[in-house]
Design a binder for this molecule. Sequence first.
Ligand code: G1P
Length: 307
Amino acid sequence: MTQDERQSQAIPARHQKVRKAVLPAAGLGTRFLPATKAQPKEMLAVVDKPQIQYVAEECVASGIEHIIIVTGKGKNSIEDHFDSAPVLEQYLEQKGKHALAELVRRISNMVQVSYTRQKEPLGLGHAVLVAKDLVGDEPFAVLLGDVLIPGKNPATKQLIDVYEATGTGAIAVEEVPREKTHLYGIVDGEPAPIAPFGERLLRIRDLVEKPATEKAPSNLAITGRYVLPPAIFDCLERTKPGAGGEIQLTDGLRLLAKEQGLWAYIYEGISYDAGDKLGFLKATVELALLNEEFGPAFRDYLKTLKL
Ligand code: G1P
């Protein structure tokens, strides 16, 4: 059976709901030293929230019911952040700071969170594989914590809509300048304008992790949001170390695309790469400008800077 036949067979069926999300958070954060020497990069605050909270909020806004965070050594503060904090809550209530108490309470109540550990830094694909038992036999989302995509139409929800309509995995992509393709997973896709997704939907022919610029098959980069069928686990188990000697998620997706089909979806929205120092600064400035409470005042302040 050809890939096209498999995909068109999948379309009419009713597909399983996407309820779970995996958030890989085991990386050592070396791009952000010394800030990450004793604290996880996922806990670095952009404006007023740790990065991982933005990502958890995107999950909740996308209808995810259960988040699985893949942690490693030195990541305990992530668990504390999503746990209840009775002493702090009581203190705030006693001081009459009810809104702040509610803000703190909401973080621990927003969604069910489970944790599992990646014992060795063997790569993103391996980190996702570590979540296999907690995910079980159902489709799930993967969100990379250093990519922030604010907005009312969450990128993860857009991918879930594609998965639930077609039963085939979907990954978010966006155009990047050619000279930056070596920093991303890059897809080779052909337009597959299926209603209601239109021109944004591409059928993936191949993917390559961090290609040399002259070898990049396109300038469509993987953005760090994925919705995948459980078959990805079997693919990852067969994936050998690739770029950087690590088990790459992109290489597992390559197998998945060949065996079951995979969509690339040019999602609607803007992503901020908070994974390195300059990207983090840009994310901080841009999200501060969007902040309802102090965005306008911050904009006025920036205008006074003599650059
Ligand atoms: C990871 C993925 C890559 C993707 C990128 C998006 O790379 O491996 O395919 O394009 O995230 O940010 P990393 O940035 O973790 O090296």
